[in-house]
Design a protein around this ligand. Sequence first.
Ligand code: TYC
Length: 109
Amino acid sequence: MTERKDENDRIGTYELAVEEARAKVKQPPLYRVVLINDDYTPMEFVVDILESVFGMERMRATQVMLEVHTKGKGVCGVFNFEIAETRVAQVMAIAQQHQHPLLCTMEES
Ligand code: TYC
């Protein structure tokens, strides 16, 4: 914070005002939606989920599924809290309907 004279020779602390204005535009947090590997969920089922819930093309969905399969987990997308939560719930609901143990979580990005 620096004291400065303005064009009318008044002393003021202008930088503080600028800082306060900036503090209002903080971005909301983002969340990674993450798929977890398991030994039982069929690969084809995971690819279908990545297409239907996350709108991926078949080739991209296959890449992400294989990344999860080989590395243990993989990112399906990055969203605001509400969208991330909805996608996780959709994946878990479809997996349960088909009685697959597939797990999907979200982590702050
Ligand atoms: N590992 C599973 C299999 O060999 C496939 C799989 C991939 C399961 C990704 C879960 O999130 C997952 N059938």
